[in-house]
Each structure stands twice: as C-alpha cells, then as structure tokens.
Design a protein around this ligand. Structure first.
Ligand code: NAG
Ligand code: NAG
Ligand code: NAG
Ligand code: NAG
Ligand code: NAG
Ligand code: NAG
Length: 312
C-alpha cells in the first residue's frame, strides 16, 4: 500500500477507476492524442467525465490500454496503444495505463546524451511506448542516420532499438595532426571524393569537413594540405538556397555569397571569359566549394577532390 502511494505521488494526473481490478491511467500529454486507432466510430463515445472515460477503457481491456479525453465536447476515444503514435492535438489529453509504464530509468549509455520523445520529458515513470534517443556528445558531429533508442515496451521493460546500425561515439584521431594555431586536429584525406562522401568520412572520425573560415583555420588546414596548387573540398554548400552557404562549422555563414564576417576569399579564374571570372559564377550548377591556394571557387557537387577533416 505504501509503495502504491509513493508511486502515485509521482504521477502528474491520474484517473482512478475503483472496483474489481482497477486500472490507473497516467496523463501522458496535454494537447496530444493517440493516433491512428482512435477515431473510428466504434471507439468514440460521449461521456460525462474523465473518470467515465477511464472506466469504459478499463472495461474494454486489453483492447483499450489508453484513451484520448476531450473535455471540450465530453468525448472519449478508446485506443490500443500498440501501433499507435502520439500526435499534437489541441484540447485533447492522452492517458495511458499506469500499470504498463516504466518506473525504472532507461539504460544510461556512457558518453551518450539522452533526448526524450513521445510526449515524455524524462521524469519517471516513463509512459508506455515513450522513447529516449541517444546521441554522441559534441565531439562527434556525425548525425546518426538511425539513432540509437530505448523504448518502454511494458512494465519496467526498456527495449534498445537500432543497436547494430548506430555508429559508435568513439573518435578516431589516428593520423590527425594538432594545430597549435587553434588547438584542433586536422587530417588530409587524398580521396578524391565528392562533398557528401568526404563529409561522411570526416563524420565517422568524429570530425567535420574543414573549411577556410578564418586565417587561423586556413593556416591549420595548410599544416596537413601543404600543396597550394591542389584544390581541396570545403565543408560548405549552397544547395538549399542559392548564395546561402551553410558551413559545417556553423559559426561561419555566407548570405548572398557574402561572408557574415569580413573574411572573404572568393577567387577569380583568369582562364574564363571576361565578365565570368569572378567566383562564385556557377549558380545552381555549382553548389559546392573548393579551396585552391588561398581562394574559394564554387564547383559542382559531383566534383571529387582531396579534403581535410577538422576534429573539434
Ligand atoms: C515532466 O513532467 C512531469 C509530469 O509528467 C512534471 O511533473 C515535471 O515537472 C516535468 N519536468 C520537467 C523538467 O519539465
Ligand atoms: C494495464 O496494464 C496492466 C499491466 O500490463 C494490465 O494487467 C491491465 O490489464 C491493463 N489495463 C488495461 C485497461 O489495459
Ligand atoms: C471533440 O473535440 C475534438 C477537438 O477538441 C475533436 O477533434 C473531436 O473530433 C470532437 N469529437 C466529436 C465527437 O465531436
Ligand atoms: C567515453 O569517452 C572516453 C573519452 O573519450 C573514452 O575513453 C571511452 O572509451 C568512451 N566510452 C565509450 C563506451 O564509448
Ligand atoms: C578555371 O576555368 C577553367 C576553364 O573553364 C577550368 O578548367 C578550371 O577548372 C577553372 N579553375 C577553377 C579553380 O575553378
Ligand atoms: C557522391 O559520391 C557518391 C559515391 O560515389 C555517389 O553515390 C553520389 O551520387 C555522389 N554525389 C554527387 C552529387 O555526385
């Protein structure tokens, strides 16, 4: 009994259904509802209140382990949470069976940051089907395509998802050289690769594709890529919007082909006809960026070049 009281104190809002084998429901989200199993004619009823809504859900078990309550029109939608997902719905309140929640924490994984989802903010108990996704700390900029996740799939039961497809957070600094200019580490890869592939290679090291964003960065890049007659890729693209160059080093940016700082090294190509020599000159055909000598040239994103990774 004491345990039940302690547990109940954790819950934000509960619907207590008295009687034979009662079920306690926990509010998962205000202004959210479960979808898609709710909403069919059979599942929707008009009731007098929240407790009635919970009673009906309780009596339907296990077909109903959660419900959406709409106080505005006294409507109750019965849901089986399995295969349902939570969506934003103003005026709705999503409730789940509190007996099928996780009172235990999701596994804490070393060096990983947890992000909570499915209407859950991370405080226990975790509602059934709530999820935590794990990301690498700041030193790894590689966005996991399929994030490592844990999901509350039953009473105190966490299931780890995507374990085999998630890259590890371990940084690979093998072959990187420390720049005393900025304290960061750099490595030249001969490639040749296009920007997306080069970016992926850097990413897997826990690094980013380097860009010439300051005099210090330029000097650091030149520690590992000494040949100034060799064009290398930069970690920037204006693919999304012409002239807006987004850099992997998000402290730098160009708008209308103009850097946000005074650091501007767009080059001129004297091999081109007069009037077309000033870079950038490729428009939508050249959405990637190279560094040749001290100068920047826009290039097609299919261009394969050597590149430098920068480790934060
Ligand atoms: C998280 O949600 C619970 C209710 O589910 C609430 O009591 C608590 O204050 C919230 N915590 C944060 C940090 O928002
Ligand atoms: C609530 O969950 C408990 C534990 O999983 C289960 O025994 C019970 O039948 C569920 N109640 C409803 C209404 O789904
Ligand atoms: C009750 O109101 C909600 C919005 O507040 C709406 O989505 C739902 O369809 C309504 N249900 C009925 C039966 O009118
Ligand atoms: C966590 O990070 C430290 C320091 O980078 C490293 O030595 C350790 O192996 C990492 N642990 C895991 C499980 O990745
Ligand atoms: C300069 O223009 C010539 C002729 O189009 C081209 O072959 C060369 O790759 C260009 N150089 C740079 C750095 O873009
Ligand atoms: C970049 O290279 C990869 C691997 O060779 C290729 O699949 C992809 O289509 C290339 N991207 C562009 C824009 O050329």
């Amino acid at each position: 009994m004491l345990l039940i009281l302690v547990v109940a104190a954790f819950l934000l809002e509960l619907v207590e259904i008295s009687g034979y084998k009662s079920t306690t429901f926990q509010q998962l989200k205000q202004d959210g509802k479960f979808w898609p199993l709710a909403g069919t004619g059979r599942d929707v009823v008009k009731v007098r209140g929240l407790v009635d809504c919970g009673s009906i859900c309780h009596s339907l078990r296990p077909a109903c382990n959660s419900f959406n309550w709409f106080p505005g029109n006294l409507t109750c939608e019965m849901v089986n949470t399995v295969n349902a997902f939570l969506e934003d719905a103003p005026g709705a309140m999503a409730y789940v069976n509190a007996s099928s929640v996780c009172y235990t924490s999701p596994p804490a994984l070393e060096n990983r940051t947890m992000y909570f989802s499915y209407g859950w903010n991370g405080s226990l108990p975790a509602p059934l089907l709530s999820e935590v996704s794990y990301d690498c700390p700041i030193f790894s900029r590689c966005p996991p395509l399929v994030p490592l996740k844990a999901k509350c799939i039953g009473p105190n039961t966490w299931q780890l998802l995507n374990v085999n497809v998630t890259p590890s957070c371990l940084a690979n600094t093998q072959g990187y050289e420390l720049s005393t200019e900025d304290g960061r580490m750099y490595k030249r890869y001969p490639g040749p690769m296009n920007r997306t592939e080069a970016s992926r290679v850097c990413c897997q090291d826990g690094a980013i594709l380097a860009s010439d964003t300051s005099g210090i960065t330029y000097s650091s890049i030149r520690i590992v890529a000494m040949d100034t007659t060799e064009a290398i890729l930069q970690g920037a693209t204006d693919e999304a919007e012409e002239g807006t160059w987004i850099y992997e080093d998000t402290s730098f940016l160009q708008v209308n082909n103009t850097p946000i700082t005074s650091y501007n090294w767009w080059g001129t190509n004297s091999s081109l006809p007069a009037g077309q020599q000033q870079a950038p000159n490729g428009g939508r055909d050249k959405n990637c960026l190279s560094l040749l000598g001290e100068y920047w040239f826009d290039i097609p994103c299919s261009t394969e070049l050597p590149f430098v990774c920068q480790y934060f």
